[in-house]
Design a protein around this ligand. Sequence first.
Ligand SMILES: COc1ccc(CN)cc1O
Length: 328
Amino acid sequence: AQEGSVAANPQAEDEAYVCPVTAGSSQLNLDFDTGSADLWVFATDTPSSESQGHNLYDTSSGQQIDGATWDITYQDQSGSKGVVFSDTVVVGGVTATSQAVEAATSVSTQFVQNTGSDGLLGLAFSSINTVQPQQQTTFFDTVADSLAAKLFTADLKKGEAGSYDFGYIDDSKHTGDITYVDVDNSQGFWGFTAGGYSVGDDTSAGGDSIGSAIADTGTTLLYVPSSVASAYYQNVDGAENDSSQGGYVFPCSNTLPDFHVAIGSGVFTVPGSYINYAPTDSSGSTCFGGLQGGDGQSLSIFGDIFLKAHFVVFDQTQDSPRLGFAPQ
Ligand SMILES: COc1ccc(CN)cc1O
């Protein structure tokens, strides 16, 4: 049975986490994204005007899947599209033979400009893979039956390398028990129900329920209902929701309060220091919040700001999928 571990390297400001992957004969740094289900890469098929500075997948090592194409658009309206090859993909020693590797023939500027990422490796459910006419499986689904245990874990960290493990739980990476909650994968995501929340020294997480949420390693920040974000920033001197900046900003001199949320039988904390995300400009006087209100969409997105404070188990060992959360 297979098992393996790969480093999750933070990009600047923990904007995304990239992991070394071998696809065919090519070494690539891919953004592991539990919010999508396509493994797509910058490739020798990508226009050179769009691929400068990126490691490229050499499509000559793969077998092109005849007639297969893909086209993906993300929440932030970035996206890419292209053709599909079958090749061997290795992550932390775990080998997927005949894995669909989606080679980009067009990539949006956000990805072109982020030369630290050579593509994405989707870890959501294969039901939302965009390849047509035959939908393909994610890396995890491709190897799942060969793993010692049908699960993977994410141990992302603030400002330093963490890891993704496949096929086993490394109990040295978490403290205390793992709290498991049911997953609703009807929309292809690792969906769960978040309970009440609280702010600062009140660790009760007794407030209004946050509701439906997804665990999304491919989203940088933590997006909650606007009422929750508003209640949080009532506790931050000088905070304002500045549409020209894209959300809540505040004087960087603040010490931000912790954010606590009930999930299943547990209460999970995001340190206030994690919510003091980054300065909005080089003067460093105004800072952008790591916790933001959703733009009206119904799902809360528990992105890296939340995930990097915890050890998270993405578990398909049971009859239905579940998520596990533990303090690191
Ligand atoms: C533009 O950068 C990205 C856009 C979308 C995703 C997937 N949530 C990951 C990214 O790194």
